[in-house]
Design a protein around this ligand. Structure first.
Ligand code: ZN
Length: 274
């Protein structure tokens, strides 16, 4: 497993990026509804590896010790056939997330809740850090690793770590296999979350951020395209260039925590004078 390193990204923003920040600050002054679409880059500043794949966390071209690809091991069919194999890798992902705390970027999005009519976070991440930071409206479309549920009965619990879990762990009430509430490869997204997303998209957003995601999935790209078509503001925060970079109104080539900190500083400077 080789996480993408962001260590070469400068901490200071370039002149272009500072102009981008200023433009976003201006747009936010008139905004009532804000959406942040977040991916692995959002959590990179919390020390998380930026694997893609499950929950935007995990992807590797290397085969696993069992000769299967990571996608196969972390798939719904494999989980049904050989849950102990899937659990083995889920545990590896959980270890990579363990101890991670929300960073400044998560906290800025959570703070925004108090300044606009509605702030939504649509995240691919399964680390639960937006909720931990205090964001109230989080659509974690790939689920949350810390939510554990039974594959058979209604048993459900929240755990901080997978320490002490057997391979695989079994339900204390019915002895069926437990699983985390995450979307494995080949599984469908939770239709309730997608419905909620659709409702909010129809209500519309004044500013839509894409933060630290390479925006590969339709449901990640669609909010940006809809905002664009409606003449609203679209912002990409990502040290890298993505398929959306040329399409957004503002591109800020920086890490999430740094860019959001600057944007929020600018917003709060203006806020008390209104
Ligand atoms: Zn059960």
């Amino acid at each position: 497993m080789e996480p993408t390193s962001s260590s070469s990204i400068p901490v200071e923003l370039s002149e272009d990026d500072l102009r981008g920040v200023e433009r976003v600050v201006q747009r936010l002054r008139r905004a009532r509804r804000v959406l942040a679409v977040t991916g692995a880059g959002m959590s990179a500043d919390s020390g998380m590896p930026t694997y893609r794949g499950v929950g935007g966390l995990y992807r590797s071209e290397r085969p696993t010790a069992h000769g299967f690809s990571i996608e196969e091991v972390l798939s719904g069919p494999m989980f049904r056939e050989r849950p102990e194999l899937t659990w083995n890798y889920l545990k590896e992902i959980e270890r990579a997330c363990r101890g991670a705390r929300p960073n400044r970027g998560h906290r800025v999005l959570a703070e925004m809740d108090g300044y606009f009519d509605s702030v939504w976070v649509l995240t691919q991440n399964v680390d639960g850090l937006h909720g931990a930071a205090g964001s109230r409206h989080v659509l974690d479309v790939h689920g949350d690793l810390h939510e554990i549920l039974c594959t058979h009965c209604d048993y459900r619990t929240r755990v901080e770590t997978y320490d002490g879990f057997a391979d695989p762990p079994y339900c204390p009430s019915c002895r069926s296999v437990l699983r985390p509430d995450v979307v494995l490869f080949g599984e469908s997204l939770d239709p309730r979350k997608i419905r909620q997303l659709e409702i909010e998209l129809v209500r519309g957003f004044d500013v839509v951020f894409s933060i630290g995601t390479s925006s590969l999935f339709d449901y990640i790209v669609a909010p940006l395209r809809m905002a664009q078509a409606a003449g609203k503001t679209t912002v990409e925060v990502n040290p890298d260039f993505t398929a959306m970079s040329g399409l957004v109104e503002v591109k800020i080539r920086a890490r999430a925590a740094i860019a959001l900190d600057r944007i929020w500083e600018g917003h709060l400077e203006w806020w008390p004078h209104t």
